[in-house]
Design a protein around this ligand. Structure first.
Ligand SMILES: C[S@@+](CC[C@H](N)C(=O)[O-])C[C@H]1O[C@@H](n2cnc3c(N)ncnc32)[C@H](O)[C@@H]1O
Length: 179
């Protein structure tokens, strides 16, 4: 059985090509960025921590990937930087593993960012959101995100969830696809 990250990657792989422009909205340690860079034409990556950008750049250089542009800014400003059609966008929420746990994604900015990315997403394009609910901020974020997902018009978007049923605090992935 796939873990939630592999699930997100496998869904994305179905809908991107070597011509695709993609976004990593939370680059962190760069695993998702490297995955996207290997399968797409270009990745635009965002994070609010210089450490995250440094880790991601180092990982890309090790893999000899130069099709990545990184921005040291919150993903709530994505629309100030991008207006091109995007085939996939990854949100891997929470805090930087082994980093400062107080620097974590927050519901309001996450929802602003998803709302701003939705118009850029091409038909059949996808946004994956992996949500970590093992910490208090994550639980708050989950509550507001779930309300937001419910509000998405089902004639415009398919919204699915991949979740462990018998591990209630485990992270899970929601995938939004434009119809
Ligand atoms: C779980 S980590 C991401 C893991 C990463 N995708 C990887 O493959 O290693 C979450 C990241 O979100 C970042 N973050 C928190 N708030 C953010 C915001 N408003 N905009 C962009 N990144 C943010 C954190 O700094 C942290 O690096």
């Amino acid at each position: 059985m796939e873990n939630v990250i592999t699930f997100a990657h496998n869904i994305i792989k179905e809908y991107i090509t070597k011509e695709s422009l993609t976004i990593d909205a939370t680059v962190g340690n760069g695993y998702d960025t490297v995955f996207l860079a290997k399968h797409a034409k270009h990745v635009f990556g965002f994070d609010i921590q210089q450490d995250a950008l440094d880790n991601t750049l180092a990982r890309c250089q090790k893999e000899q990937l130069d099709n990545v542009t990184l921005f040291l800014t919150s993903h709530e400003h994505i629309k100030d930087y991008l207006d091109q059609p995007i085939d996939a966008c990854v949100f891997n929420l929470g805090y930087l593993p082994k980093g400062n746990k107080d620097i974590t994604t927050k519901a309001t900015s996450t929802i602003t960012a998803i709302n701003d990315v939705l118009p850029l997403i091409s038909v059949k394009g996808v946004i994956t959101i992996t949500i970590y609910i093992g910490h208090e901020e994550g639980k708050q974020e989950q509550k507001q995100l779930e309300e937001f997902f419910l509000s998405l018009d089902s004639s415009l978007y398919t919204v699915v969830r991949y979740q462990h049923i018998n591990r209630p605090d485990a992270p899970y992935t929601v995938c939004i696809q434009k119809r």
